[in-house]
Structures are given as structure tokens and as C-alpha cells.
Design a protein around this ligand. Structure first.
Ligand code: MSP
Length: 487
């Protein structure tokens, strides 16, 4: 039977157009999804946007638009960035949490389950709320009375909310994480969350008074309250599969033992490894199997920010270098487990070294020799379908990918590229052909074969380039244009 995999990105806040951090999460998720599909798994990849937030309302007001048209605009910026012409994110669904038909029934069904379990209770809240974080903050989170991340004083709130009895689930969540039933990758993040669980989880506010928020899903049975952020947002992972409505996808990709993988950034770990498992336990639903937690992308060693002027727009990189080059950089030069840095200069250097002089040049050299001197007896089969099980990776290569270290995998491929370059230098088949044609042809055949293997390995990272290389090999011709022109 085929393995079934469910992979998700977080739902992005659509209060501004996507930045490189969003591109990173989505690209990582796509690389794993493609890898698993190539290994023969049945995969469902989910991405989307987290729309029911005050951040969006404020952003729309700031530019004089109504919330809906503002959202539609930002959503098209996301889907455009993820399209085949750009980052090529092979998602099966792009969920919008403002969609009352797709998402709301699931969020409300989840709420009802929590109520049925006796885990929702009203209480008054008196404290601070940061709209930037969409979270309740305490005085110790503030510097000079302001949220240091958003440079803004939080709102003081005194109101009645429904709370979720998260504290009740601390021990069970801890047990599941310790035993790796819910595996947190990498281990450092697992330890971080275990340390937090050691202190005990606190109950969390799950609703806000209807009059105080402009958007949000109504709380079932109480029109005076709307759901607040996390119950709504986290439930997207199952509402997208039809939880609360027509739920065959939900059975298949969540309930019946599918390999479920959430990919998130480090800032939202506590929500995904605390609140989310707590909600699922309360609702009597299976927990996800794995959460992969990546770091932050910085620029010039600093957090990207408009004020510092160091924000890198993925569209600018794509316009200059193409979507595949951006995918390659993110895979090869950013660690999936720690913070990683990027500047425009680093990107250009890496592009020229790895892609123009490295891979692109290698393909041209080998295919030029092949076109002139190699005459394959039978046409080489185009090996893109189910590659990993045929000409696919060895156990070492597969092993690296299975440990989620996409950077190590990309590094391994670049070593293979360098090895093949050296092999050409050492054997010089273009010279040898004049003295011993048969020997030279044998070497060229070997080079083509190895190049085909490299293209196979590259598929999850560079899907379009991999097909171009395989096409060149099948047609025994040099690509018409260089794959990666030098910049
Ligand atoms: N809407 C919430 C997630 C809800 S999931 C049920 C959210 N949205 S976000 O737009 O702020 O962030 C989305 C993802 O992008 C998160 O995984 C976050 O870690 C990631 N990134 C945001 N900035 C980033 C960088 N500079 N670098 C890498 N990823 C970062 O949180």
C-alpha cells in the first residue's frame, strides 16, 4: 500500500505581500512534498492565509481599501509567488480562513468538541493585547511600555472571554513529545518546548467580544463572542480536509494514520506544540506526527525590517535570477534548523558559483561532448516519473533527506557536481576522442549517466531544471540556452 503524507505550511498573515521568510517555509514544504511524491507516497500539500485578524483590517484601512478587496489583492500576490512560473509550490489546496463554506464549519465543529469536553469556560481578562502579535502579552514582554517587536504600546483590555482549559493537557502533551509520538524536529526545539511544558501550560483566551473585533468566526451558541486567532487558525489544518463537513479527505490524510508533517518557523512553535495538541486531545482527535521547526532568515545579520531597509522581496530575486535559483539558494544556503542569512551580494555570488559555473556549465560541457561523440544505442528513457525508486537515490542520499536536512542534501548534490567536473578534467574526453574514440565515448556515456543521476536528485529542489536536463539527455543535445546565464 502507498504511504500517505500530509504536509502543511503555516497559514500566512495576509497583511502585506509575501516576503522571503514566507517563501522559505513554502519552499521547504514543497521540497518535502515533491520528494515524497517521487518516492511513491500519496501526498497532500496545504498552504493558505490566516485572514480573520485585526492586522489585516488595520492594513486595509491604512491604504483606504475595504478588508475584502485588500485581502483579495494580497492573496493574489501569494498565489502568484507560489505559481509554476515563480516558486512553483505544488500545493493541493490554498485555504482562506475567511471562506465561510470551507473553513468555518470545521472551526465551529472544533469549538463544539472543546465545549463538549468541558474545556471551554468564561472568565474575565484584564491585561494587555498586542495586535502585531495577535496575542495577549504580559508586562514583562514590554520594554518602556511598548512591544519591542512592533514598537507599539499594547491595548489594555478588560473584557469577558471564553478560555480553553489547556493546563489540563500539559502532562499528556509532554508525554507524547517525549516519546516522539509527536516528534519535534530538530532536537533543540524539542527540548525548548519540553522546558516550557515543565513549567506547565496556562489556560488560554479563545474568544473576544463581538463588538471589539471587526472580523472573526462567531462562537457557536453565543453571538456576543467571536473566536480569537488560534482556535480559528490552527483548525485550518483539518478544516481544509473537510473536518466539520464532508470529511473523506480528513479521514485519509489525518485520521487513518497518515504521516502528518507541519512545517513552521520557530516563533510559532509554542502554539503548534502546545495549544494545537491540547485542542486535538480535548476533541479526541489524533495529533500530528511531526513538526519541523525552522529558524529565521536574516539579512546582513539583522532581522529583515522596513525601517532597516534590508527586506528582500522574493519577486525581485525571481525577476533577476528566476524562481528555481531562489529555491536553490533557500535549500542550499539556509539551514532548515537554525537562522540563516542572505544579502543580495551573497545571492549573486552563490548563483554564479553554484548554478552558472557549477550545474549549468556542467550540463553544457557534458551535453556538448555527448551531442558530438555519443551515440546511444537506444533512446535514453526519460526518468522523471517515480524517479526515486528507479534511477533514484542511494540509501545515503535518501537518508539525508529523511532526516529533513535539506541543506545537507543540497550540499551533497553540489559535491556530486564538483566530482563530475573533476572527472572531466582528469579524463579530458574532448582530447582523448582524437586518439582513442572508443575509450572517449565510454567516458562520455559514463558522464551522461552520472548527470542523469544528478538531475534525478535535483528534482525536489529544481523541478523544472531537472526536466530540462533529462530532456537534453533524452534528445542527446546540448540545451539551446544556458540553464543559468552568468550574472
Ligand atoms: N498566521 C500565523 C500562523 C498560523 S498557523 C496556524 C503566522 N503568520 S506569519 O505570516 O506571521 O508567519 C508565517 C510563517 O512565516 C511562520 O512559520 C513564520 O515563522 C515564517 N516567517 C516569518 N518571518 C520569517 C523570517 N524572517 N524567516 C523565516 N521564516 C519566517 O505566524
Amino acid at each position: 500500500m502507498r504511504n500517505v503524507s500530509y504536509i502543511t505550511t503555516p497559514i500566512f498573515y495576509p497583511n502585506a505581500k509575501p516576503h522571503l521568510g514566507h517563501a522559505y517555509t513554502a519552499t521547504l514544504a514543497d521540497i518535502f512534498a515533491r520528494h515524497r511524491r517521487l518516492s511513491g507516497d500519496e501526498v497532500y500539500l496545504l498552504t493558505g492565509v490566516d485572514e480573520n485578524t485585526e492586522k489585516v483590517v488595520r492594513a486595509a484601512i491604512a491604504v483606504g481599501q475595504d478588508t475584502k478587496s485588500y485581502l483579495d489583492g494580497v492573496v493574489s500576490a501569494f498565489t502568484d509567488l507560489f505559481s509554476a512560473q515563480k516558486l512553483n509550490i505544488s500545493y493541493d489546496q490554498f485555504i482562506r480562513t475567511s471562506n465561510e463554506k470551507v473553513h468555518w464549519p470545521g472551526a465551529q465543529a472544533m469549538w463544539q468538541k472543546l465545549v463538549d469536553a468541558g474545556d471551554i469556560y468564561p472568565a474575565s481578562y484584564d491585561g494587555f493585547y498586542c495586535v502585531g502579535h495577535e496575542a495577549f502579552v504580559t508586562e514583562k514582554d514590554l520594554i518602556d511600555g511598548k512591544c519591542p517587536d512592533h514598537n507599539e504600546a499594547p491595548e489594555h483590555l478588560k473584557e469577558t472571554n471564553y478560555f480553553f482549559r489547556l493546563s489540563k493537557y500539559t502532562d499528556e502533551i509532554k508525554k507524547r513529545i517525549e516519546s516522539n509520538e509527536l516528534e519535534i524536529i530538530p532536537a533543540a526545539r524539542k527540548n525548548e518546548i519540553l522546558a516550557l511544558l515543565e513549567q506547565g501550560l496556562q489556560d488560554v483566551s479563545f474568544s473576544r467580544p463581538t463588538g471589539k473585533v471587526s472580523v472573526g468566526i462567531p462562537v457557536p451558541g453565543d453571538s456576543t463572542q467571536k473566536m480569537y486567532v488560534w482556535c480559528d487558525a490552527l483548525t485550518n489544518y483539518i478544516s481544509a480536509l473537510g473536518y466539520g463537513r464532508d470529511d473523506w479527505l480528513f479521514r485519509k490524510f489525518w485520521y487513518d494514520g497518515a504521516d502528518t508533517l507541519h512545517i513552521i518557523g520557530k516563533d510559532i512553535l509554542r502554539f503548534h506544540a502546545g495549544i494545537w495538541p491540547g485542542m486535538l486531545l480535548s476533541a479526541g482527535l489524533p495529533l500530528p506526527k511531526k513538526i519541523l521547526v525552522h529558524g529565521f532568515i536574516t539579512s546582513g545579520g539583522k532581522k529583515m525590517s522596513k525601517t532597516l531597509g534590508n527586506v528582500i522581496d522574493p519577486d525581485v530575486l525571481i525577476a533577476e535570477y528566476g524562481g528555481e535559483a531562489v529555491r536553490y539558494f533557500l535549500a542550499r544556503h539556509i539551514s532548515p534548523f537554525e537562522d540563516g542569512d542572505i544579502t543580495l551580494e551573497m545571492f549573486k555570488n552563490a548563483y554564479n558559483a553554484d548554478l552558472a559555473n557549477g550545474l549549468g556549465n556542467l550540463v553544457s560541457r557534458i551535453m556538448k561532448m555527448a551531442e558530438e561523440h555519443h551515440h546511444p544505442a537506444s533512446p535514453i528513457r526519460h526518468p522523471t516519473e517515480r524517479l526515486f525508486s528507479r534511477a533514484g537515490p542511494s540509501s545515503t542520499e535518501e537518508g539525508i533527506l529523511e532526516s529533513y536536512n535539506i541543506q545537507a542534501y543540497a550540499e551533497y548534490i553540489s559535491q556530486e557536481i564538483a566530482r563530475l567536473d573533476r572527472r572531466i578534467q582528469e579524463t579530458e574526453p574532448f582530447k582523448l576522442v582524437k586518439k582513442d574514440k572508443t575509450a572517449a565515448q565510454k567516458i562520455i556515456a559514463e558522464l551522461v549517466n552520472k548527470l542523469s543521476h544528478i538531475a534525478s536528485l535535483l528534482q525536489p529542489i529544481l523541478p523544472t531544471t531537472a526536466v530540462k536536463i533529462h530532456d537534453a539527455i533524452t534528445q542527446n543535445r546540448m540545451p539551446e540556452k544556458p540553464l543559468f546565464p552568468r550574472k
